[in-house]
Every structure is written in C-alpha cells, then in structure tokens.
Design a binder for this molecule. Sequence first.
Ligand code: BG6
Length: 495
Amino acid sequence: AKAHPTIFFIFGGTGDLTSRKLIPALFNLFLDGWMPEHMAIVAMGRTNFTDEKFREELLKDINQFSRRGKADQAQWDKFSKHVYFQVSDINQSSTYVEQAERIQKFTAEAGTAPNVIYYLAVAPRFFGAITENLAKHKLAIDAERTRIVIEKPFGHDLQSAKELNKQLCSIFSERQIYRIDHYLGKETVQNILAFRFANSIFEPVWNRNNIEHIQISVTEQLGMGNRGGYYDEAGAMRDMIQNHILQLLCLIAMEPPVSFKADEVRNRKVDVLNSIRKFTPEDIKKNTVRGQYSKGWIEGKEVPGYREENGVNPESNTETFAAIKFFVDNWRWHGVPFYLRTGKRMHQSSSVITIQFKDVPHLIFPSEAVESWQQNRLIISIQPEMSVRLQVQAKRPGLEMTLNPVDMLFDYNGTYTGDTPEAYETLLLDTMIGDQTLFMRGDQVEAAWELLMPILNTWAGKKSLSFPNYSADSWGPETAEALIAQDGFHWFTLP
Ligand code: BG6
C-alpha cells in the first residue's frame, strides 16, 4: 500500500549517503508507485543551494549510483519537484522554526496530519543538538506520526550507546525510533526469515543434533576510500560485527517468533544476543583474531597498506579484520560453534553464511566409492551472488558407485526476473508505513555492545605489535585460519 502523506527531513542533506543512497532509494520508490501523492523531501545543510541547484546536483548522483542507471528526465522532473533544500544550521533556532512552517504548510496542502520523518544522516556528535532542538520547538510531540531515523554507528561503546538511547528516549518513544542497520533491508537477508519459517523441512534439523558448526563471513575488497578518519576510530568490530554480522547471527540462531510482528521478531533476536557466551580473558586469547592489512596488489593495481591510507594514523593499531568464535548457550545451540569473520582489502567481496551439518553416522560405501566427500552444507550467499545452495553427496553417472558432492541451487538470477530493490528502498518505505521489524531496538543495540566490550577493552589495552599482519588481496591473517582449523574446519568460500 502507498504510504500516508509524508514529509521527510534529511539532516546531512549534502552528504554522500543522501545523494548516493537515500535520494536514489526514494526516487526508485516513486518510480515503483510506492510514494504518497503528497510528499516532500527536505534536505538540510549549510551549503547555499537553491532548490533548483540542489536538484541538479542530485541528478548527477542518481545517474551514477541508482540501480536503474540514468534517470528518465520526465519522471525525474515529476519526482524532483517534491525535493527541497533548506539552508540551515542545526544549532540555530530559526532552522526549526522554518521546519515548523514547512510542516504547517504541507499539512494544509495534504489536508491531514502527515508523517514527519527526521532522518539523521549526520555524525553522531550532532544527534544531541538536533533532537533537543526538535523537542524544544515541539516538533516531536505527535507519537503516532513523528519518527526519527538514526544511522550507525549507534554509540562507540556500551556506555555511549546507553547515553544515546537515554537521550533519544527522553524525547521520542521507542516506537518512533528507527535505528538503521542496512543489512536487514537486503533481500537475501530478509529471505533468511522466509527460508527458516515458511518451510517445514529446515526447522527439525536446525539445531545442535544435526548442525556441526556455522560460519558467517563478510569480506570486502574495498579499502578505506575517503573514510579513513571515521574508520580509524572504529575498526572492524565496531564497523561490521557490532551491527551487521551480529544481526545475521541473530536471524540464523533465533527461535521461531509467534508472528511476523516487529516486537515478536525483535524479542527472539535479542534472546540470541543474551544467550551468547560472555568472553573471559582466556576466551579472548583463544577465540578472537584481529588483523590489519599491508599494501598489496588488487587486480593489477598496487594499493596502499592501511597505515598509509588517508586519515589513518601511521602507527594505527585499528583492526581492519576480525574473526571470532562464539557459542550460543541455549538448548538449540549448545556446543555448536559460530565462526564470524570480516575484513577489508580481502581477496574477494563476498558475504556468505555456511551451515555445516554433521557427517553421516555410518558409511555403507566402500572407501573406493568416495571420489570426494563433503558433509551436507546449506550455503546462503547474501552478495554479490544471491543464492541458496544445499550441498549433498550424489552418485556420479557411470557403471560404478562413485560419490561426489553436488549443489541443489536456488539462484535469484535464474528464478526471478527484474531488479531487486536496494536495502534502503525497503527500509525507507518501512519508516513511512511505520514498520519497525527490520530496525534495531534499543535493547538489541545495547546487548550487542555489552557482548563485545570485553574484547574491545582487551584489544585497546594490548596493542598488537605484529600489525600489519595480512597483505591486501589475501584471506586475512594466518591466525584466522588457525582459529577454525584447530577445530578441524576451514573457512568456506564460493568458487
Ligand atoms: C557499512 C560499513 O555499514 O557497511 C562499511 O560502515 C562497509 O565499512 C559497508 O563497507 C558494507 O555494506 P555493503 O552493503 O556494501 O555490504
């Protein structure tokens, strides 16, 4: 269904996120008929843009970054007349007075109280000033229609995340707060819920009786780009594991929710975070690995090492790679290790979840029949390949019994035609229709931080003297291989 009349305010209107992700997503929603007839998108920023000039700038980025490529001019004209630029300073009262006037005017035109969505696409240090000013100017009082969207990073540690939650909750109620984790909007990630809970054949085997171990691997070929300054303060744990990867783990490990309602789903997810075994100093030594890349060659081009990147301290001990072994201490998962890894400047960009089942209890075939052997695996490839494959042993055609592994493959490209919406399209539409299922609740964010704090603190206290310890275009430090090899497994990569 189309959304209710909506006015969108984007703080950080001149940033990359706005022009590369948010506006293309809203434009695609418009093209697909999801945007309400009454809509206004107001980008806020200090640059002295007129509406026209701002629209021109946006069009360049749409043409470059939208999944649909170059925009159809007539459609763009229709859409962009709803896009405005408000020259503004977040510390000035006049900014909020002008917002109030815009809302008033829009309400009169729409003939009904609209959704008012404040999207904070700015650095976290500005969250306080913006939300306090919204409160002061009574721009946040309609709990039904007013919403706030918060980009990551949500805090720098447990303490700051708690403070931010407290501050937000003093102005907004939880159902008005949309904490974005864009991984949750990805098609293949949403499909984990469909796969697990819309089929009857997986649930009976989805537990410690049948599953040997689980891997979640999110590797990227990219380096820092122009984000060195941010990343050097964050590192792989804060940038990827605290949010995206733990969310994937929750979707894989959660109990079935009673319904597909936001809080039912989120209750079951937070249960997972609360059941993950807390890390003792001994576990941190044994079950975590961090790494940092040195220079190397990617596709014939020499790329700098992390310490040589723009905005990075030349003696930085920030990790650009992390691997961790987790245990989920509940009935379903007792004793099943979950291995997580993520890194920058890795050999391949690939996000894959591998569920490895236990071996057959007894092999009836003679050993000559085994040409090659692979325990059953379910492999969920999130990106760039979008697929789910079940690896099974099969008989190779021929006069003898010869066994080798084959894939039963569900490939999005072969199954569906048409483009897949981007994560931000799903998530922005959800903010307009008021569905929080794919957003992080305050307690989830805090539980994730709480889990990681012992590791972060230990790492901060003990500088790694061996950085850099993996070269660009590799699969990360050797110790990450050892982390999984000591249990008799190895990291799975798609061919
Ligand atoms: C962001 C991180 O949240 O996710 C980036 O800050 C990372 O460092 C990005 O590159 C990965 O997202 P995607 O959608 O490209 O897998």
